[in-house]
Design a protein around this ligand. Structure first.
Ligand code: ZN
Length: 240
């Protein structure tokens, strides 16, 4: 079985379609989504419809949460807050109810899915380093867990200590635990504008990070036409 693990689509249909094409070309048999289907980019409804029509198992991200409720936007930067307000106005009640019903964590095959961290999945903490990863590992009951939220692909591995770093493709060691960020489909932030997702080949026991060019100018044009903040269009070109 080959799983495609996607995260942080963020309403970027141009990127999502290219990722879906690549998933088919890679002969992946299953797809799962680590949350943040909506927020930031201009096509949240279209992306949400695809996830739902394809029955892609999904966990809740902070933007899925914020865009489907009327919660206060504490600590949000103004661009992100503008995007949340805009997205709230696009989604209908039925779509919001679907997003609100998403779980914080769930299992697929033999692995765990979470948007942010396992120690406090509803607190939306960011795992950028080994210390933060070390806090999540004790709550991980499966060998593999995939997460998103930072939009920065990085893999952490625990045996006696926690190690971590960037990756492109590696073989899984069955004696170790892994906490793997699959990067973002719709708004990469590792200074690489290419859309990101992971193929987990369960037979070969390999993890492969896929990076794909997509029509960034088209996504930017839609952001501008929607009246979303210019900064959200610009950042797609830089991948940050
Ligand atoms: Zn996100």
């Amino acid at each position: 079985m080959k799983y495609a693990i996607i995260a942080d689509i963020h309403g970027n249909l141009d990127a999502f379609q290219v990722v879906l094409e690549d998933i088919r070309a890679q002969n992946a048999t299953h797809i799962v989504c680590l949350g943040d289907v909506v927020g930031y980019n201009a096509q949240p409804k279209e992306c949400l419809k695809i996830v739902r029509d394809m029955n892609i198992p999904c966990v809740k991200g902070n933007h899925d949460d914020l865009c489907s409720t009327n919660n206060e936007l504490e600590g949000f930067n103004p661009h992100a807050a503008d995007a949340v307000h805009w997205t709230r106005a696009q989604l209908d009640e039925e779509e919001k109810a679907w997003l609100r019903d998403l779980k914080y964590t769930r299992m697929a095959a033999n692995f765990t899915m979470v948007h942010a961290t396992l120690d406090a999945p509803d607190k939306w903490q960011y795992v950028f380093d080994k210390l933060a990863a070390a806090a999540s590992f004790p709550y991980q009951n499966t060998q593999m867990c995939f997460f998103g939220h930072t939009h920065v692909p990085v893999a952490f591995m625990r045996d006696t200590v926690v190690r971590g770093g960037t990756y492109s493709k590696f073989k899984v060691d069955s004696s170790k635990k892994y906490f793997i960020n699959v990067g973002a489909v719709g708004q990469p932030r590792d200074n690489n504008p290419k859309s990101a997702y992971v193929i987990y080949d369960m037979d070969a026991q390999t993890i492969e990070l896929r990076r794909l060019d997509y029509d960034i100018e088209s996504a930017q044009r839609k952001i501008r036409e929607a009246g979303l903040p210019e900064r959200l269009a610009e950042r797609l070109a830089y991948g940050r």
